[in-house]
Design a protein around this ligand. Structure first.
Ligand code: ARG
Length: 463
């Protein structure tokens, strides 16, 4: 029967691939994004084949010249990607045949698409992780900037969304800096894990050619070659690591976005957002809505979804390569694109926040936020246990609540009624600035602590 199949692997096939499957099964629309990594990997592979005398210098030269030409074509949008060639690897190989002829057939010695695709993908994820790390750096710097000018801005700190204790707005912002620092570290750790080169493990078993995997590993910027050929082509942990780090980072951003939405609400009015980060309503003329914050709050769902999809794909999958895994690229690319945009928007948001300082201060005085300070004062000055002092402070709150007074509106006579051995000095515990500045324990919200922390972070995140 005539061979109707024009694919690279068509030699054993009597019928062309179903059109329906060709359309769905081709990954070129997605994995063409790997073209630079694919060409880089192929050039290094060809160099190794030459060095090991597996192919001639002339063939190697030809192959590399052809590959470089293809790279230019793709960059200039002059490359015609074809679905019938499935993926980026085959598209490039087919074009290489067109450009250099039969020498192209020597490039795939001692490799398979299975090791080729993960080489490309690992290189890409390394690059993407570095980009995320860079934009997290920018984000952290913006948070630091906003912190520096808000050390003295006092706001209510919340637990259960109820006023808890007064804190500095800067201290709150620095909490996010810690989260983003951990995110950064996660991506950095991933780069370390990913740093083993799979190139040369072939389809799953290794190869009988005298290849030099240390050479390719080094040239490609990996630390060492992977140890086990089967694990190498089966492993997608590096994709999962990326997706999981992206999810956690997106979760942090989502929490930040949510707080901004709450604080910007007409009920809270703790902050104002620049008009740049607000949108209007088509019907209600008065409206200014925090759409960008809402969008990144919601988009965390896309990051989580990609992680979940990838985990589900891998669960129960026997070793080694299966087509199931082809979907990994779309998931990682989507997650990366989503996260990269969310970080950019978060950065715009933090720059555009204006704290409503008076409102923050007034609210920090509401909800008896210094009741704990009062209890602490009695432990430190009146020889009481914390539990005893707690009860007395609770009675004071009840008293104030009945009289519809804030704690800082009570006078010394009223306090004396509650406990005779109180000294006049006690009155300062109801001052929220004092409350903030008493929190001098390491990591606490006192002005002194924050200043120290900011200068430490400034050194860490120099321009
Ligand atoms: N496009 C494929 C993928 O992304 C490349 C590997 C194909 N290998 C195979 N044996 N079909 O997974």
């Amino acid at each position: 029967m005539k061979n109707k199949n024009k694919t690279v692997w068509g030699a054993r096939f009597n019928n062309a691939t179903s059109k329906i499957f060709e359309n769905i099964g081709a990954s070129i629309d997605i994995d063409k994004r790997l073209f630079e990594e694919d060409i880089f990997g192929s050039i290094v592979h060809a160099q190794m084949l030459v060095k090991q005398k597996i192919i001639s210098k002339k063939k190697g030269k030809n192959i590399i010249k052809g590959l470089k030409k293809i790279k230019k074509e793709i960059k200039r949008n002059k490359f015609n990607f074809k679905k019938k060639y499935e993926d980026i690897h085959m598209n490039i190989e087919k074009r290489l045949f067109e450009i250099i002829g039969d020498d192209a057939g020597y490039l795939h010695i001692a490799r398979s698409r299975n090791d080729q695709v993960i080489t490309d993908f690992k290189l890409w994820i390394k690059k993407a992780s570095n980009q995320i790390i860079k934009s997290l750096d920018d984000l952290i710097k913006s948070f630091l900037k906003k912190s520096e000018i808000n050390i003295q801005t006092i706001m209510p700190g919340f637990t259960h969304l109820k006023n808890a204790q007064p804190i500095s707005f800067a201290h709150y912002l620095l909490a996010y800096v810690e989260m983003f620092k951990r995110d950064k570290k996660r991506f950095l750790n991933n780069i370390d894990y990913i740093n083993e080169s799979p190139l040369g493990v072939g389809a799953l078993a290794g190869t009988s050619y005298n290849i030099d995997r240390n050479f390719t590993s080094k040239k490609l910027g990996f630390k060492k070659p992977t140890n086990n050929s089967i694990d190498s082509v089966s492993d997608r942990d590096f994709a999962l690591d990326f997706l999981s780090s992206a999810s956690i980072c997106a979760m942090h951003i989502s929490r930040f976005a949510e707080e901004l939405i709450i604080w910007n609400s007409d009920i809270f009015k703790l902050i104002q957002l620049n008009d740049k980060m607000l949108t209007g309503s088509s019907i209600m003329p008065q409206k200014k809505n925090p759409d960008p914050a809402e969008l990144i709050r919601g988009r965390a769902g896309k990051n989580f979804g990609s992680l979940q999809a990838m985990l589900t794909t891998m669960k129960g999958l026997p070793l080694s390569y299966y087509k199931d895994m082809q979907e990994d690229k779309a998931l990682v690319f989507n997650s990366y694109d989503t996260l990269a945009q969310s970080i950019l928007i978060a950065n715009e948001l933090i720059k555009s926040i204006k704290p409503n300082k008076k409102r923050m201060f007034d609210l920090a005085n509401e909800g008896y936020t210094t009741a704990t300070d009062f209890a602490d004062y009695m432990v430190q000055n009146n020889n009481l246990s914390f539990r005893e002092a707690y009860k007395i402070s609770a009675r004071l709150v009840n008293y104030a609540e009945k009289r519809k007074k804030k704690l800082n509106q009570l006078n010394f006579i009223e306090l004396k009624k509650l406990r005779k051995d109180l000294d006049k000095n006690v009155m300062k515990v109801f001052n929220i600035e004092n409350s903030v500045n008493l929190k001098t324990s390491y990591g606490g919200t006192s002005t002194k602590n924050i200043k120290k922390m900011i200068s430490k972070l400034r050194k860490e995140f120099k321009k």
